[in-house]
Design a protein around this ligand. Sequence first.
Ligand code: BGC
Length: 889
Amino acid sequence: MTTVSKLQINYLDHVVGITEGPQFSWAIDTPFRNCRQKQYQIQIADEPSFASPLFDTGLVESNDSAQVRVPGFTPEEGIKYWARVKVVTEADGQGISTTPFSGSATILGGLKDPDSLKEHFITAETEEDIKLSKGTYLRKAISLKKEVKSAVIFSTAQGVYQLHLDGKKVSCDELAPGWTSYDHRLLYQSYDVTNMLSPGEHVLGVHLGSLWYKGTISFLMIHNFYGDYASLSLRMDVTYTDGSKETFYTDESWKGSYSPVLNSQLYDGEAYDASLEQEGWDNPEFNDDAWRTAKAVPCTSEHIEAQEGSPVALQEIMAPTLAFYTPKGERVIDFGQNMSALPEIRGQGKAGETIVLRCFEVLDKDGNVYTDNLRRAEQRITYTIKDDKPFVYRPYFTFFGFRFIHVESFPGRADLDNFKAYVIHSDMPQTGSFACSNPDLNQLQHNILWGLKSNFVDVPTDCPQRDERLGWTGDAQIFCQTASYNVNTYTFFKKWLKDLALDQTQEGGVPHVVPDVLYKYPFDNWLLNQGTHSATAWADAAIINPWVLYLTFGDTAILETQYESMKGWIDFMKTHAKNNIWNYKLQFGDWVALDAEEGSYFGATPNDLTCTAYYAYSTSLFVKIARILGKEAVAKEYEALYNNIVKTFQETFFNTDGTMTAQTQTAHILALHFNLAPKQFIAKTVENLKQLLAEHDGHLVTGFVGTPYFCHALSSNDCLDEAYALLLKDDFPSWLYQVKKGATTIWEHWDGIKPDGSMWSPDMNSFNHYAYGAIGEWLYRVVAGLNIDENEPGYKHTVIAPRIGGNLTWVEAAYQSVYGEVGIRWERESKSNVITLQATVPANTTATIRLLDGASLVDGDALTFAQRDDILEAEAGSGMYTIRYTLNS
Ligand code: BGC
């Protein structure tokens, strides 16, 4: 039977806060091949039974099953909607068939005038608290006289907050409202609390902390970056069954108090004194006479906007695997996994006893606690016990990047059952999976995924442990495509890209970090002299990240939204380029490459070269984007610019004999991968790259810029064996070297831990940096062969083209696209050259199945394969196929 298996709205199952007509997409599930949609029908209702839908498109003749809009539908403020879809399809062996209606996806309409929340900020802090980061409570008792039909809370904080109603947390969100470029915008959350309210007395209770807003931030250790008071603005709309409505706001009738959180900071952790707990503070029975009245404070953001999805939330709970003493006698709890999480402590002791814990990533050479790489981040929990009863505690307003806990003090001996770790990250369903016959590669994939989870905490950060945790644009750019294979990144990056655009300079320069917390206080000499924006490969996130979202979801809306930002960035480069060579102030270049001079972070590839290569690449994408948006004149203008940059690149960075002026791996990788090598010199460039690889005994010495594309540059240029050899190297330096050293996430440095067990300098040695995890793209795209077709993006048409190699006997990858699962499995029949390829093409999409590397067909499973040079290729409609072929070698 054919059904609609997944309906999404703006790529989410549940979207909140929207005020504009959304985009619908759905997946069709069918056992029949060549299934195409002929018609669809969408219904939208304000209750889940759809008894009388508010909107019904009727059957619409269309094969669109993504980016579909319902004419006339715009969500109204505070109204919850249910949407469902059914489709008419035609498929082989089934003919025309109509599905039942799908399960429903929901929408909660956002505020018409979100800026109205600016008027309602209140705080429980006093002037003495300005420079502190304490926890505070705010509460308000309310009385409802009538039966409630629906109730919605719209709330936000300058700081971070947890919302309670009658003693219960309203959601499992953490660190709301998340981090945006607060000067420009702050996001509000929308919570449907209908089921929590009935006639009678209720209490709205809020626990507030400081974090990004006024706590210490960035390696410059600035506090009060955005403002002085942790404060809350809330509005609750109640609609009664008799049709009447009542609205409650935060105001000076609310009461406030300090909470037991004495200090809570992004880097330093949390200090909590349980003796200050106030039992039932968020319940109606609690007497708040002793509390002070809340004070109104101004909003420091220009605008308030809705958070539509992907909130940071608790995602999974990890139990520790080992408790032990180090040679130095330190008590350590090991979770076996590096992560971003909140430790939970359970125990029992005496009043006044203190528990002190430090969270950290790795043990040193001798197996002792190693915290030097945290730099100035304390990552410490200090918990004071209030009485002799059992207690449970989890920090409220921070998070930690760690695998181990050092128990500095505990009542009695701390053991496994005293601890758990609550993993937090932005809520982004996993979309991709990759597995193969090589366990080390599977561990690498695991590490990539955990690097992602640890660093997608509302903004894409560089690392979750030391005194940074900033939205470094380069890291986010480099990893974007790999991330988008593995999880649903749409809402997460859409939000971040909006902040990127808002933080751009007047001229279009793109900050090194977004939200930009480096520009305001340039008392740091390095930044003052060198600049806080517009570094190549970092700033290019402005173009590359929207492009990746477009490819992954087939969505032109993201290109439209980001258009001015993208153009601004290209124009910035154009303005500051000299005769098409782009370079500007502070450049990170091939950051942390191993060909850097001793002690330096800057790789050996000259900035003129890396900058101009990216200038060309980003301009080429911008030309495509302008064309997609129908801006032909712009496309032509920038195409001419692109051609000039390429010409200059070739004249400047290639000698007349075809060698490159820079003898680095990265220079050659960029020339090949960005199509910048003159045609007649491509073969030579490939040969030279192989030579540069051989000079290091087949090892890479590349940094952030060269590494992501190394295997591509080889495999796209007839060097598949070399690419696999590079991937599978497991001695220093290599991806699998980290795996062999027991890594559970991706390291910042190839030599984070050196072969002799010593460490790279602690000033820049994170063990949870996702950038080098960008190899994940090669695993999906080349090893498994799962390729997006630029001409029909969003997996409307997929190119399935696995490259068999590396002594792998099988590979399996799947991606949950908006249309449904695209799947690939290939297997080499024992010790032979016969490959069995299973491909799954989602309904209402098509695929090209390409058998490469000199294949001859054994069984095409009813597909018609045509020979093109040494490639066999077939066009496939939807369905599952099992193809057998032999490799020639
Ligand atoms: C970060 C990097 C970042 C870099 C800029 C570092 O401190 O951790 O990942 O991209 O600075 O070069």
